[in-house]
Design a protein around this ligand. Sequence first.
Ligand SMILES: Cc1ncc(COP(=O)(O)O)c(C=O)c1O
Length: 395
Amino acid sequence: MYRMGEEEVQELRKVLLSKQLFRVGDPSAGHLGEVEKFEKDWANLIGTKYSLLLSGGGTAALICGLVGVGIGPGDEVLIPSYTFMATASAVLAVGAIPVIVEVDDSCTMDVSDLEKKITPQTKAVIPVHMVGMPANMERICDIAKKYNLKVIEDACQAVGGSFKGKRLGAWGDVGTYSFNFFKIIGCGEGGGLVTNDRIIYERASIFHDSGTAFRPYVGEFTIPIFLGLQFRASEIMGAIMNVQLKRLEGILSDLRRIKRSFIDKLSGKPGIGFARSNDIEGDCGVVVAFRFDTPEKAINFARSEGVNGWRPLDSGKHVWFDWKPVIDKRVGGHPAMNPYNFPQNKNLRKDYTKEMYPKSLDNLGRTVFVSINPDWTEDEINERIKACENAASKL
Ligand SMILES: Cc1ncc(COP(=O)(O)O)c(C=O)c1O
């Protein structure tokens, strides 16, 4: 979340004074319908028919998406080696097993490895658009279609981004977003789900709303109600997100302008290279992604004065070998609730070692990200560009 101010305060004030903080309520009694408004506007922006705002974050959105498409025990779900651990934990939360796919030089899912990893047990794929950088959704959707896989996009870190002109999240059967404190727009914690499929929407709605005790926002259901969990958003979240949504295009345009400035001014300079992008126009501009010949050069560049860089390889719970509870298969509150122990998952691929993904180690180890702040002044931008130029020239 880059920007927040008086507008959020004013909207929050209205909601608090209405005393109607639950998402469902009577407009004639002063209910403001903030969550419902956000869901409509979000679906419109992404270009899908349906949307849900959820408490429980992007993790809840992924879980509801997986429930929506019917994933469960006995199923393998393909996820990239570079993503926050929550992508894996969502798969495990529905009783399925995550199987890891390499990332390529764009730091997103490697499409050739994706195809190699598909078995008859593979039921879904979760491409992740890390640090605002779009995965190759065209190729991923083609492969998914060929093998009859469901596609759940994890756009938690790429809210508002696009691939080939179509918003991220609108390519798959389901799109998911995080509105937590660290994301492009947010309300502290929160998540979003979009889909064009009525049944997926109904299943996700039912699951996120305690078996849908409170469902007027969905309209009539066409499927039987089943028991779910409770990830409903409050009007407080809705009010903040409605203001944040108005800020989104401005934030993206500033991030992209600054990223473009780094690329234009540094291209061709000694020692400088950039990571490949699947679609630089759709990239959110969260980071400038540099690429070096060796991991040593990447480390030295990241540590150079004024650069403030970081290698994705060193970003903790965002790299598969650092998902400690997953690697150790410690999941859930009871051994019998741990999907790694489920009889249906007995013959699935459940082992993950560091050595299994050499391409990811190579790509993530030679990449350096420099985070962008959309509110940098021209002087601040130029100072940072200069620092990167100096650092690269000395490698
Ligand atoms: C790629 C990715 N997926 C999923 C999540 C989970 O989102 P949340 O923390 O909102 O549950 C995150 C959050 O950091 C993320 O970065």
